[in-house]
Write a protein that binds this ligand. Sequence first.
Ligand code: DGY
Length: 321
Amino acid sequence: MVDRPTLFITRLLPQPVMDAIPRHYQLIAEPVDGPSTAEQLRHGFAQADAVICTLNDRIDASLLAHATKLKIIANYAVGYNNIDVSAAARRGITITNTPDVLTDATADLTWALLLALARRVVEADAWVRTGDWSGWTPTQLLGADVSGKILGIIGMGRIGQAVAQRASGFRMSVLYAGRHPIDRPTGVTWEWHPLDVVLAKSDFLSLHVPLTDATRHLIGRRELALMKSTAYLINTSRGPVIDEAALAAALETRTIAGAGLDVYEQEPVIFPGLIPRPNVVLLPHLGSATDETRVQMGRICLDNIAAVLEGRPAPNRVLCV
Ligand code: DGY
């Protein structure tokens, strides 16, 4: 049998993806359902022709120094802030990501957070389970209307637009901030405004920017103070886009009404001031977590690897800027 190229996977992927691997690749090690140690990463990177890594793996210049035969790192995520793309480019290693296939799943989860916050779904569920609910009353667990309100989107890329499209069913006005106005799809009335205007006008503010030096702590004390005291902040992008200490303080002082978070500054550590708050919904980074999406993300990784190892351009190559 002809030698198959070597592949290192930093974590176990969904079974249909794992099943597709042995036909084409020789695995450096059997992946486990937990993080690889630093030693396992070094060994994997040193031996592999191709790597599939996840957003938890920090791929920096010192790790890449071991990667003498590596041709491609397929990141099992759309965001690739975990990888030193310039260091990889200097070594001639292609980096790819998994755009498009997770847009709908992430937009749906953003809406799950928004609705859960506005209608106090998590609080209500916990209360019903205590057995203390004694029946309907006019004053129980009142939340906020969603329909007809203003949705603010920071970062109108693929996921931001998918979130905005879903707002039409709720008759919401959509305002957005980003580097520049986008070409709007026909029939939508989304309005571009400077960030501070979107902050000040939105009833629900949802973050969809990539994590870069420019977006780290994009939402801090000053920005939270510009928001309405009745507004809710939702983040399904990357945790460090929000200054969590400032957010916890803003929730404490009721500067804003609540927050829905799927991502955190120091995952999996949650800023302690956020945990006891009933007006905060906390999810464990589930944006793309559906069976269908996670399998498609794996297929994209494998397609990119096949392309690069066969000498073709990678369909989802990310470039260093
Ligand atoms: C991504 O792809 O960047 C997501 O955060 C993964 O769920």
